[in-house]
Design a protein around this ligand. Structure first.
Ligand code: COA
Length: 259
């Protein structure tokens, strides 16, 4: 169905693999459009409870936006490219009501680092390398990199990485809070799936509310505390809340329905 992606659904998790390994899985126009369509599936297919985004091969997650598409663009074209990517992919990942995790299996540069950062959280294999090398090309990040990197690792370190174009390894990325876990390459997908399986046992509507609340905080929303109270209240009106609390009192496992 897709020409630049491989997708499978395993135990409720849709695994989206960007599949241009000979081009380091660079994000060209087709990848952005197909990622947009695959994300629509994640949103709309009730069988899909979560998603993983990863790259094909053992070298790259995604080595950036496809640089071959840049030379013909002017100011309006550049802005349009970034806006399209943001709407079709990056913001859609961040705001997805189902968890989406980045499994970073190699170079995660430029748009690749931005793609990983749009995910709700990230795991990296030991060979992963992160960086925002846009200044080497006379550019700056356009898929949210200046914003999400600063939120994730803080202003000073973000400034340095963005200005030097330095690459950092998986352990440093973990120390900075850019990734949550570092694994051997062969353990990356199993470990990511395992975390998602644990999340699948929790109440889906509560998970969606967590995503919305945490995103609002990260966005600097001044009404985050009030919105948390509103969603907390709404949780009491769900069947899942009755099921979760009853199951606790009856000393059994809850069976949530996402209602
Ligand atoms: N856009 C388009 N093509 C890319 C690409 C990108 N972002 N990143 C890699 N490729 C292509 C290379 O041009 C090469 O294609 P070719 O075989 O037709 O010549 C192929 O992928 C393999 O890359 P190569 O550079 O030969 O591999 P390497 O192992 O020597 O280096 C990287 C790997 C990731 C360090 C290097 O490819 C690189 O620096 N890529 C660009 C990173 C970047 O600036 N990203 C930000 C873009 S905004």
């Amino acid at each position: 169905m897709y020409t630049t992606l491989l997708t499978t659904i395993e135990a409720g998790t849709m695994i989206i693999t960007i599949n241009r390994p000979d081009k380091m899985n660079a994000l060209n126009k087709d990848v952005i459009e197909e990622l947009g369509a695959a994300l629509d599936e994640v949103y709309n297919n009730p069988e899909v409870k979560s998603a993983i985004i990863t790259g094909a091969g053992e070298k790259a997650f995604v080595a950036g936006a496809d640089i071959t598409e840049f030379l013909s663009l002017g100011a309006d074209g550049g802005a349009a490219l970034a806006t399209k990517g943001r709407n079709l992919v990056f913001d859609k990942i961040e705001n997805c009501p189902k968890p989406i995790v980045g499994a970073v299996n190699g170079f995660s540069l430029g748009g690749g680092c931005e793609l990983a950062m749009a995910c709700h959280f990230r795991l990296a294999s030991a060979n992963a390398k992160f960086g925002q090398p846009e200044v080497n090309l006379g550019l700056i990040p356009g898929y949210g990199g200046t914003q999400r990197l600063t939120r994730l690792i803080g202003k000073g370190k973000a400034m340095e990485l963005l200005m030097t174009a330095d690459m950092i390894g998986a352990d440093e990325a973990k120390a900075l809070g850019l990734v949550n876990h570092v694994t051997a390459l062969e353990e990356l997908l199993p470990r990511t799936k395992e975390i998602l399986q644990k999340i699948h046992t929790k109440a889906p509507l509560a998970i969606s509310k967590i995503i919305a609340c945490v995103n609002e905080c990260a966005d600097g929303d001044h009404h985050g505390f009030d919105k948390e109270i509103k969603r907390f209240g709404e949780s009491f009106a769900t069947e899942d809340m009755k099921e979760g609390t009853t199951a606790f009192l009856e000393k059994r496992k809850a069976a949530f329905k996402g209602k």
